[in-house]
Design a protein around this ligand. Structure first.
Ligand SMILES: *[C@@H]1O[C@H](CO)[C@@H](O)[C@H](O)[C@H]1NC(C)=O
Ligand SMILES: *[C@@H]1O[C@H](CO)[C@@H](O)[C@H](O)[C@H]1NC(C)=O
Length: 185
């Protein structure tokens, strides 16, 4: 019994260390990160989200780099009620690639870490480092709707390492007409 408890504690300590260990992209460059992205991968283990897993579409996001180092992010989400636009304001921290924002939905401050990006093709972003089924997400962004297979594998491996069950790791198809055409996609 005692060793079992010890083992559980060890596993928990290791998991916590794994999360604390996530570092942002080295030499993160916000100017190069700005612009249009498609969220081609999403890991999200919230039970309330599970029924929507097969309905998710790849949202489009536009990252605007503000002069003070903060970010305005506009997302276009295809929902059952149509294409919805949402604005997010990310505040810089003194670690490049690391931001905070206030989630009005959950009434809490979350951190955003750009874990890995090469700016021209993909970006792996962790929202809320301390794992919580209800708050933590991993997003894979692509400059286009299709990213290379090894990038998908990197996203999947990272999400598994953060404690996401395999069935919560999604690569949704493109959204139709969101944002609305003429040249939406
Ligand atoms: C950023 O967002 C804020 C709040 O929505 C807005 O007032 C501001 O004009 C935006 N700035 C840019 C450059 O988009
Ligand atoms: C970015 O990543 C993609 C996919 O791995 C790769 O094909 C491309 O060459 C990379 N670009 C740069 C500038 O490293």
């Amino acid at each position: 019994m005692r060793t079992a408890v010890g083992a559980v504690v060890m596993v928990m300590v290791c998991l916590m260390m794994a999360h604390a260990d996530v570092k942002p992209q080295r030499d993160f460059n916000l100017q190069r990160f700005a612009g249009k992205w498609y969220r081609v991968g999403l890991a999200y283990a919230s039970p309330s989200f599970a029924p929507y897993r097969d309905k998710v579409k790849a949202s489009m996001g536009m990252v605007a780099a503000l002069p003070n180092g903060n970010v305005n992010l506009t997302m276009w989400d295809a929902t059952p009620f149509g294409c919805r636009t949402k604005m997010y304001h990310y505040e810089r921290t003194n670690v490049p690639g690391q931001f905070t924002y206030f989630s009005s939905r959950h009434n809490m401050v979350k951190d955003i870490t750009v874990v890995d990006t090469n700016y021209t093709d993909y970006a792996l972003v962790l929202k809320h480092k301390v794992f919580s089924r209800d708050y933590t997400q991993v997003a894979l962004y692509g400059r286009s709707h299709s990213v290379r297979n090894h990038v998908i594998q990197k996203f999947t491996a990272f999400s598994l390492s953060q404690g996401f069950p395999r069935e919560s790791i999604l690569t949704p198809p493109p959204a139709d007409n969101c944002p609305p055409s003429p040249s939406g996609r």
